[in-house]
Design a protein around this ligand. Sequence first.
Ligand SMILES: Nc1ncnc2c1ncn2[C@@H]1O[C@H](COP(=O)(O)OP(=O)(O)O)[C@@H](O)[C@H]1O
Ligand SMILES: [Mg+2]
Length: 228
Amino acid sequence: MKKGIFMTGTDTGVGKTFLSAGLISALKEKGFSVCPMKPVETGCKILKGELVPEDALKLVKAAGVSEPLDLVNPYRFKHPLAPSVAAELEGAKTGKRKIIAAYNKLSAGYDIMIVEGAGGIMVPIYNKYLYLDLIRDLALPVVIISRPGLGTINHTLLTIEAARNRGIDITGVIINYTARHGKDISMKTNPRVIEKLTGTPVLGVVPYMKNFRIKIFKDLAAGILSRL
Ligand SMILES: Nc1ncnc2c1ncn2[C@@H]1O[C@H](COP(=O)(O)OP(=O)(O)O)[C@@H](O)[C@H]1O
Ligand SMILES: [Mg+2]
């Protein structure tokens, strides 16, 4: 079994952190030791002079680990921009070596790593080094989180195609409702269309949850584990 999953999405705000945290809880309930990573976080608030990486902290809380924050989240920036752009604006540099070293160090102590990207897979980390390149360097399979409504077929297929072009394994797609929703015929038809056009399984359609529902995440975790 591979020791990690890279949680990516078709966009920002699709539910990567929400689903990562839920999966971490479900995997822990199944008896696995799990450690999260958010290699780069942008858009951090400043509290008492320190940048606060909210996604990384949510994932750490779900996992209940006490690893150094600089390993879980090696790079953090204030501006809500792509990592390479935020770093440049803030006069900083990022690099893959620090991220890969942190990943290797953390993963040695756990059954499974859950790694959250930022935005989608073609977001630049530095220069021309994209999340796609990091995923390939970490040799992780990806789970792609997609929106439910109109437009998602295009975004999901683009993401799948780009991942395949780099030889990245795709575990599957999760369609996630980040908000309460009305009726949209595309929401019903999308999962079938995505599976048919890509041959990639839709691992689940996650409803908007007012309250955390562990059963949904346990089912997702089972589907993911069976494909690793
Ligand atoms: N299935 C869901 N049910 C309820 N709220 C959700 C769900 N998925 C995401 N959210 C909420 O939607 C917002 C965006 O999700 P988030 O996980 O932060 O996206 P991303 O990490 O992809 O930027 C957050 O406020 C999150 O709590
Ligand atoms: Mg997030």
